[in-house]
Design a protein around this ligand. Structure first.
Ligand code: CA
Length: 243
């Protein structure tokens, strides 16, 4: 029998947690529910899930704090996280993504929307799409071992940033629109706004450190990865070259 994807649901409102679990079970997932951050950490330490649905507002440690910690840890940094939030404010969504979530969903949400996002995120991690290795100047990405190095120093990237960088490196020196990147990197972007691309590009640049200049913003067009000698200021894009 095929192994069912394990999904850890961290949600202190028990009725919501149980409703999510029932729906996940009906749709071919293996959910585990916990009601606070400490239990979530124990569960993660015990058995690594394939995905985490994480409530923003939890008693004790917040969802954002947990997401940040899991992103930093070697063991959990590649586990996809969907933030569940009652907040619909744009800045709160961005905060959730900044904390390390790969996606967010605002309560109240439909089961169909939640399932679509879970499937999209799992597809995004599908191993067949990322097995090769690629190098641009001194930036190297090995999809087999999930390592990114710049000048032989290892960089830490979240799962979405990894896939985004992989795509940009495989198609370096070309400009990609936000909508192309959503298609190629996110796969199923029916619920994802183009702004999400900008948030992940920002996170990617932060993870790249010195190599961040290689990811250029091309005003009005999108993003391009380019070798450092060719790189201009990441926030200036093409306009600088005309100055
Ligand atoms: Ca809550």
């Amino acid at each position: 029998m095929r192994k069912l994807p394990r999904i850890l649901v961290v949600e202190d409102e028990r009725s919501i947690a149980e409703l999510i679990a029932v729906n996940l079970r009906h749709n071919g997932f293996e959910p585990t529910i916990v009601f606070d951050g400490a239990s979530a950490q124990l569960e993660v330490d015990n058995k690594l899930p394939d995905m985490i649905l994480l409530d923003w507002m939890l008693p004790g440690e917040s969802g954002a704090a947990l997401a940040r910690r899991w992103r930093k840890s070697e063991r959990t940094k590649t586990v996809p996280i969907i933030m569940l939030t009652a907040r619909s404010d744009e800045s709160d969504k961005v905060q959730g993504l900044d904390a390390g979530a790969d996606d967010y969903i605002t309560k109240p949400f439909s089961t169909q929307e939640l399932l679509a996002r879970i499937r999209a995120l799992l597809r995004r991690r599908a191993p067949e799409t990322t097995k090769d290795s690629v190098q641009v100047a001194e930036l190297a990405l090995d999809a087999e071992t999930y390592r990114v190095t710049y000048k032989a120093r290892e960089l830490k990237l979240g799962p979405t940033e990894f896939k985004l960088l992989h795509y940009l490196m495989k198609h370096a020196e070309r400009v990609h629109s936000r909508s192309t990147l959503l298609d190629k990197v996110w796969g199923d972007h029916v619920f994802i706004e183009e702004r999400t691309v900008d948030v992940h590009v920002k996170r990617l640049r932060e993870s790249l450190g010195e190599a961040a200049v290689m990811v250029e913003t091309v005003r009005g067009a999108g993003y391009r990865l380019t070798a450092p000698s060719m790189a201009r200021n990441p926030d200036q894009g093409q306009q600088t070259s005309m100055a």
